[in-house]
Design a protein around this ligand. Structure first.
Ligand code: ADP
Ligand code: MG
Length: 700
């Protein structure tokens, strides 16, 4: 059985043994298939090498040659030793230095054939490789494998795994290739393979690890060869097929009852609406309400930049649910935000007959008990809260709609738990971190999406400037001018968990300086996450009323806070914030009719990344552009910040690099699953393996 070879544990492969198997296992490599479906880090063309005489400073090059001499060279710095190797080929000789790696004296010996790869620099005494990667391609013994596998061809370079060097892995891989059965089986259906002209799985694996002569090394290193693309496609196809399948399974559930929309309901909505909806809001609302009228539960993501006005859209959806006799749960990631939503919603619902309750972790026990009873009995129609809503004690009489604000702050499990409190309720998740196109298809492939692209009318563009700390006086002058005109300001200080105490002290001192020295005739208040909830409420309330003029805060105001009279945002140590975070912070101003300013105060010198972030922010206020930039700077893994973000663990594919393939895989997966007869074996496979294979949490 061919499948047996692939599922064979590496431990039992010749030449591996328990120790190496353990090393491989730590890297997640357990079966033969795991190893075969792991791409090399890069490729080297050892068929065509650079002659040593052709090396120039600034190049990154691979050379092969014979070790002339090697040894440890003392340096003038005490305790610092350089290991040095001189390597020569027919054209000349070059030196390589390795700082503080004295053990290399047992690795390099004269007359060995070695490969060096790395950047070249010019030092007083000549051209040298500085800390290059190296491989001993021929030792003292005359192993015929050396000539065919490790030199004289395009060779794969693997990431070192424990004790397994790249060379050992290459040998192992070569041995596995020789034992690869003709018929490997293929999870990609043959019709899809034919339609896309994909090579067979077997060929793709062979060509990925030991490319034929003449294949472009640049294409290999860009992971763009037919063979590599075919393996990436396979991974994406399985992922998307599972995603589509999950979505279809969810669509089979029936909610308690679909909502009905009539003129009475439309009139009720008009009564609570404080302004005219923008076109984007109208469109999003229409999509949402259409979903709600269906028998299958809604799973919709509402995207919209900071300030686009998602809350009112969610509230109107809530009204539709409540008018139909359902309860609504509205979950926000922080207490400040939950309280703010609660106040807004309570005010807006005043002319209606619906009752809103708030539920947060810091509520007193008696108050909480009362809230829980009201929710369970159905006296309360809508509950606005934090993740306290997820707790077991929270029971609804008839939960019909779940709204989750700033969904990236919540894990998959929390979302599922809240959903589980109703009978397949409609779910609307909202995010103000626009999701880059490249990630949306993956992280939210099982959600339908609505996007609000416009902003409410009358918004003034926010002017963003970056200033080094040394120009603090300018910043304070601007702050003063702003306050003199009756406006308010935020001054944000970073607070990271690792240095929480120090940061908190710095934030407190900053607030004191502002109050005592900078704007003594105005009121400055401090707000941070360590304060008691009612203290926070008090400060926030005073700021919202205009009793406090400057809110000195840590990032607790990052998401959602809405005070229209605040027109200046000063971010201290802007270099310590992520791009999306800065964009969120900036989004706290520019919410009213007055022009707003955002000042990013940084400590020079900036790192390249810090520079890139600040530049991006100064250049644009478009959250969608910023999201793409953030992804470029951080990479997909860190983009969402939380682990349970729903991004799959991928072996060969890269969400950004291979985006087009992901789109193709999505299309093919949808088409394939439309054919129920043909699809069954794959459906069975995915039902069992999908969540685990992609490292995702399985939630019904
Ligand atoms: P976000 O999408 O960032 O959550 P909010 O829902 O908090 O944005 O809305 C931002 C501000 O814009 C709020 O003060 C809200 O009342 C206001 N707003 C929303 N929609 C409109 C509209 N169509 N016309 C005028 N103001 C609006
Ligand atoms: Mg919001």
């Amino acid at each position: 059985m061919p499948a047996d070879v692939l599922s064979q544990p590496l431990q039992f492969v010749k030449g591996v043994g328990p120790r190496r198997a353990a090393d491989l296992q730590r890297a997640g490599l357990i079966t033969v298939e795991d190893l075969l479906l792991r791409f090399p880090l890069r490729y080297e063309d050892r068929a065509r090498l650079m002659p040593i005489a052709g090396l120039r400073p600034g190049m990154t090059a691979t050379v092969v040659g014979e070790v002339l001499s090697s040894g440890i060279r003392p340096t003038r710095r005490p305790g610092f030793r350089l290991f040095e190797v001189v390597v020569r080929d027919v054209s000349g000789a070059v030196r390589a230095v390795f700082p503080n790696q004295p053990f290399l004296k047992d690795v390099f010996h004269p007359q060995q054939q070695v490969v060096l790869f790395g950047p070249l620099e010019y030092r007083g005494s000549g051209l040298q490789f500085s800390n290059p990667e190296y491989e001993i391609v021929r030792g003292d013994t005359d192993d015929p494998e050396d000539a065919q596998v490790h030199t004289g061809r395009i060779v794969p370079i693997y990431e070192k795994v424990g004790s397994m060097t790249t060379r050992m892995q290459r040998s192992l891989m070569h041995q596995l290739m020789a034992g690869l059965p003709q018929d490997l089986g293929d999870p990609v259906p043959s019709s899809v393979r034919q339609a896309l002209f994909l090579p067979s799985r077997r060929d793709a694996i062979l060509q990925t690890h030991f490319p034929a002569a003449g294949v472009s090394v640049d294409a290999l290193n860009a992971f763009r060869t037919e063979a590599q693309r075919r393996l990436i496609f396979e991974e994406f196809f399985l992922f998307q097929a599972g995603m589509v399948l999950r979505k279809r399974q969810q669509a089979q559930y029936l909610k308690a009852r679909p909502v009905v929309v009539d003129d009475r309901l439309r009139a009720a909505a008009r009564k609570v609406l404080p302004f005219k909806l923008t076109d984007g809001q109208k469109m999003a609302l229409r999509e949402i309400v259409t979903d709600m009228q269906r028998a299958a539960p809604m799973h919709r993501l509402l995207q919209g930049d900071v300030g686009a006005g998602k809350t009112i859209v969610a509230l109107l959806a809530a009204l539709v649910a409540m008018e139909n006799g359902f309860q609504v749960a509205f979950m926000a990631p922080t207490e400040i935000l939950a309280d703010q939503h609660y106040m807004t919603i309570r005010r807006l619902l005043e002319p209606s007959r619906f009752r809103v309750t708030s539920l947060t972790g810091s509520m007193g026990a008696a108050k909480k008990r009362a809230a829980l009873a009201e929710i369970a009995s159905g006296i309360t129609h809508m509950v606005v809260g934090t993740h306290a809503l997820v707790e077991g004690a929270v029971k609804f009489r008839d939960l019909g709609l779940v709204v989750i604000d700033e969904q990236h702050r919540f894990g998959v499990v929390q979302r599922a738990t809240l959903r589980g409190k109703g009978q397949h309720p409609d779910v609307l998740v909202m995010t103000a971190t626009p999701i880059p196109r490249t990630l949306a298809l993956t992280a939210f492939g099982d959600l339908d999406t609505s996007v609000i692209r416009d902003l409410p009318p009358g918004r003034q563009p926010i002017c963003t400037i970056a200033k080094p700390e040394s120009r603090r006086d300018d910043i304070y002058r601007m702050l003063r001018t702003e306050l003199e005109q009756g406006r308010q300001a935020y001054v944000i200080y970073p607070l990271v968990e690792e240095s929480e105490k120090v940061d908190l002290r710095a934030a407190t001192e900053m607030a004191q300086t502002l109050q005592n020295d900078v704007v003594p005739e105005y009121r400055v208040a401090l707000l941070h996450g360590k304060m008691k909830s009612d203290e926070k409420d008090q400060v926030m309330g005073a700021f919202a009323r205009g009793d406090v003029h400057v809110l000195a805060a840590t990032t607790v105001v990052e998401v959602g806070v809405d005070v229209a009279n605040a027109t200046m945002m000063v971010v201290e140590h802007a270099e310590r914030f992520g791009l999306s975070q800065l964009h969120q912070l900036r989004g706290r101003v520019g919410r009213g009719a007055h022009a707003s300013t955002c000042v990013l105060v940084y400590q020079a010198p900036l790192t390249d990344q810090g520079h890139a972030r600040i530049d991006a922010l100064v250049e644009t206020t478009d959250g969608f552009v910023i999201a793409e930039r953030d992804l470029e700077i951080r990479g997909p893994g860190d983009f969402f910040g939380t682990r349970q973000s729903g991004l799959p663990t991928l072996r060969v594919g890269d969400l950004v690099r291979d985006y087009v393939l992901m789109e193709e895989a999505r299309r093919e997966a949808v088409a394939w699953l439309d054919d129920p007869n043909e699809a069954q074996p794959l459906v069975d496979y995915l039902t069992v393996n999908w969540a685990q294979r992609f490292g995702l949490v399985a939630v019904g």
